[in-house]
Design a protein around this ligand. Sequence first.
Ligand SMILES: [Zn+2]
Length: 307
Amino acid sequence: MKIVGVDIGGTNIKSALVVNGRVKGLKVIPTYSNRGPEGSIAQIIKAIEPLIKEGEGIGIGIAGLIDSKLGVVRTSPNLKGWNGIPLVKILTRKFRMPVKIINDVDAICLGEWYYGVARGYKNVFLFTIGTGVGGAAICEGKLVLGANGYAGELGHTIINFNGPKCACGNYGCLERYVGARYIVRYARRLIKKRASRLSRYKELSPAIIAQEAKRGDTVAKQVFARVGFYLGIGITNIIALFDPDLIVISGGISRAGRVLFTPIRKTVQQRLLGEKFRHYKIVASSLGDEAGILGASLLFNKKVCPA
Ligand SMILES: [Zn+2]
């Protein structure tokens, strides 16, 4: 089947035609999440339209709590105003072809599991770290959706109940410590007090901070030591819960390499119950930006996706 795969995040919409696991005609356009659902839906249509001629179905991964069965976006912390939006109905009417939706991180997880670094593993937990922090689990060879389809919301597990306020309204969520904007905010706070190469940049991003950490900047290294520590705590909790054999970290930050993975592994080694008796690996994702699109296209593959 030729499927139009779409990956909708808080910042960008990526779309492409997926034919036999190959991505063709990749497009990236802004989500304009500040324009509300109407503005973003106009962008989604714009992302799909040029690919529709050849497509036989539309598979979508979208950030938020997604009811895959009803095709409804219940709510989404990074897409303002998206409450109970019947996206499948809207797009089926517009394009007159089958449309399926799933949480964006579930889609990325399916992509990495079927085509990427998690291929062949039976128990996998995947983290995505970007504007938001998400998670998805494959348990005993099956994607875990949960009773409502909302399983894996790792970014909003509470790791500090007296912690600072998160974008979701709660306090001390994991996302509040390792989400892209908070990584940058922490770096800004440090460079006010200490000399760092990071002060040369007008705009900071986790990618820039990672690059300077690799070059040996002590402030940038401290930022990543902290991110790695908090992620290590999140991963420790996940391993204690699911006992996966593979933990995959995806999103731009996963390319940071040792500056990120060393503090993560150290924290897990120190904190995980029965660490020395467990076989597990913590690795970076391998498909990059295409994972979500590939995974969304798998929504039409009944062997892979239960939704
Ligand atoms: Zn939260």
